[in-house]
Design a binder for this molecule. Structure first.
Ligand SMILES: NC(=O)c1ccc[n+]([C@@H]2O[C@H](COP(=O)([O-])OP(=O)(O)OC[C@H]3O[C@@H](n4cnc5c(N)ncnc54)[C@H](OP(=O)(O)O)[C@@H]3O)[C@@H](O)[C@H]2O)c1
Length: 297
């Protein structure tokens, strides 16, 4: 008879509790620790072991999963337990920047701790369901070693490469997309409301525009990867003119247009550099740190 590997979960916020519940549900002996211990009560009732300190929590773990607010806190928790962690595997599922992930991976390597970084791309309710999406980066062999245990978290799980910062890089790029899209969505509904249009009337049209973004992502990817920027449909100059109409309409209703103005100014800079006939993909290259070189191409 095989026994399921023991898992320790450090951090029992909304996501940490969901992760610990999933490991318990899949039969993993699960030890939990949280700064505010009362958040572990429901898990202890479900069979988890509560540890008094981080070092105690990790001392028998086959896999240590961290899920706290950021990497500053991750490190604050892990550093005093470095000796107890030596030879064990830490998977940090906390969200932060790619460089923070690389720094923590370097610290772990110095202390003989095997380290995988990860990001959870979906909300707590998806954990241990087919809808969960988790991404990892770090040594491929380490991911393979713990893959069966991590499968308890459900859904689709992807190892994206050896660079420990790569999962966090995907995470921040996708959060960039999501939150700026949410900003556009909220502004669009406000502009419609200011024009007397109810949310329910706009929603079906908004949904079909959002659907277009899926194929735009594929096309943008192909253009960025091949360096092809000639416009097939909408040249940047026309796109910028369309955004100017949005700003004008919103200004007339006394709305905040700071985000739209910033986006318009970015487009105008590229148009003014002589790329008004190019596709919006030219904008991506121009946003990189040395746009002058790409704008000259
Ligand atoms: N919630 C989601 O749906 C979701 C989805 C995807 C990714 N994530 C990521 O998952 C991570 C955790 O999110 P969450 O929703 O669980 O957040 P949360 O509910 O706010 O929990 C934050 C956790 O961090 C701990 N913490 C904060 N400051 C601390 C400190 N100084 N010392 C020790 N522990 C500290 C908290 O401990 P206390 O309980 O003692 O305050 C708690 O365990 C984040 O990186 C988040 O971006 C969350």
């Amino acid at each position: 008879m095989t026994t399921s590997p023991q898992v320790t979960v450090l951090g029992l916020g909304n996501m940490g509790r969901a992760l610990a519940r999933a490991f318990l549900a899949h039969g993993h002996p699960t030890t939990v620790w949280n700064r505010s211990p009362e958040k572990g009560a429901e898990l202890v009732a479900a069979g988890a072991t509560r540890a008094a300190t981080v070092a105690d929590a990790v001392s028998t773990a086959g896999l240590v999963v961290v899920c706290v607010v950021d990497y500053r806190v991750s490190r604050q928790l892990l550093e005093p337990a470095a000796e107890a962690l030596r030879g064990r595997t830490v998977v940090n599922l906390t969200a932060d920047s790619p460089d923070a992930a690389r720094d923590l991976a370097a610290w772990a390597a110095e202390h003989g701790i095997d380290y995988l970084d990860g990001s959870i791309m979906t909300p707590t309710i998806t954990i241990d369901t087919p809808d969960a999406v988790l991404i990892y980066s770090g040594p491929a062999g380490l991911y393979e070693r713990h893959r069966a245990t991590l499968a308890a978290l459900g859904g689709s799980q992807h190892h994206l490469g050896a660079d420990p910062g790569r999962a966090a890089a995907f995470d921040v790029a996708l959060l960039d997309l999501f939150w700026t899209a949410v900003s556009g969505l909220t502004h669009a509904f406000a502009l419609a409301k200011a024009e007397g249009i109810d949310g329910a009337d706009l929603a079906p049209f908004a949904r079909s525009i959002i659907g277009l973004l899926g194929s735009s992502a594929d096309e943008l990817a192909e253009r960025i990867d091949t360096g092809r920027h000639d416009a097939d449909v909408s040249p940047l100059e026309t796109v910028a003119a369309g955004l100017a109409h949005v700003i004008e309409a919103a200004d007339r209703r006394g709305m905040d247009t700071s985000v739209q103005r910033a986006a318009h100014a970015q487009m105008r800079r590229v148009v003014d550099a002589g790329h008004g006939a190019d596709d919006v993909s030219r904008l991506t290259t121009a946003l990189l740190p040395d746009p002058a070189s790409t704008l000259r191409q």
